[in-house]
Design a protein around this ligand. Sequence first.
Ligand code: TYD
Ligand code: MG
Length: 460
Amino acid sequence: MARATTVHVCSECGHETARWAGQCPGCRAWNTLVEEAVARPVASGRRGAAGAGAQAAKPVALARVEASDVARLSTGIGELDRVLGGGVVPGSLVLIGGSPGIGKSTLTTMALANLAAAGRRTLYVSAEESAAQIKLRAERLPHGDALGIPTIAETDLATVLATLERERPDVCVVDSVQTLHASALSGAPGSVGQVREVAGEIMRVAKTHAVAVLLVGHVTKEGALAGPRVLEHLVDCVLQFEGERERTYRTLRALKNRFGSTSEAGVFEMRSDGLVEVLDASARFVGEATRAPGSVVLAAMEGSRPLLVEVQALVAQSDLEIPRRVVSGIDRNRLALVLAVLARHGGVGVGTSDVFVNVVGGVRVDEPGADLAVALAVASAARGIPLASDEQDAPPLACFGELGLTGELRTVAHAERRVAEARKFGLQAIVTPEAGTLRAALRTLRSREREQASTPVAAL
Ligand code: TYD
Ligand code: MG
């Protein structure tokens, strides 16, 4: 008798049924049944209890384990290599997540182009675009051998696996995991069961033949790696490519990395000829900083690298019952906290005003060190007093520090490196957590206020 090849398993209670249903018959939860391939007999045999023919393994002390020094493959993109921890590890599985249009296909094509030019065997599997579309992109990329990348446009998983087995490339890109289809499962491409099966099968083949795979995954509107979330434990590295599509700056971060640190981040700019690494991001952001009221330079950390970014705030009378709080590049809840501390401990209340805070250039700064910059920018915008000195060509004010709920400034990691970065770009006035309290930090603003009061200003 032919056995069913798939079952539907409830992700809540583990109940198995042969057919899909909206509600789990076991625990009555809705939409929790996920289709899975029935475990292969080999695998189930191994799972058997001791005594069922299983051989005991001999544990080895870690000191005696031979760690072969893996030679990493350089992608020729310095920022990508650094985020990966020094290049692609042969046989590893890397998941690259990001919203549509952010540049995942561009980045992976560029990496393959460089690897191909360095004599590596490559393979680009596109389940989203036709070969002609991929060619159009490749023609725009000036570096490496983009047009020489062996490419297949295929959505069937079995075909992709067979191609992988035959070609055995050093590095393969699968774009994307959500559009490949495993015919063993009936679910639509991109469903949890499909994504898991596709990634699992690709990993099996890739590990057998030491193929490094860059797996592209899309992110949902909510920002979670849709589907790929279920893959995070499976893959070796999870990279997140983020930024706003309309802006040119993009950051690449490691969320998980079995072969390196997760604190690294790379900055890119999307140009007409592909992604360009931004090595002097600080210089650009400082050069573009406005010095107007509501503007301050934040000495942030992007992974292990300091980065100077401009934080801008606008405070305007609101005509709404509940005033707007609009942020871009920082966390909205963090703004709420900063505003509360500003009102309670800084004497700057913006309760009835709309507050907009923006990190210039589409950069995201998700770190507590940004608090002080947000506080100073908002206070400066609320008072209409610039933080930069009045003198001609005076550089903008730099700052960093976390705000405590009692109005104290808390130290953050890498203080010296942040100060050094600010000095390097000519920013001498720096407010650091050493100021002690928010009130003390706001003195910069008060002294500017006095400066302005003493110099007669032309009426508007
Ligand atoms: P793409 O890599 O296709 O994004 P993803 O795979 O993440 O969906 O490219 C995203 C956008 O970048 C696309 O709208 C066109 C633009 N782009 C450039 O501006 N310059 C270029 O050289 C390339 C290849 C794309
Ligand atoms: Mg794409």
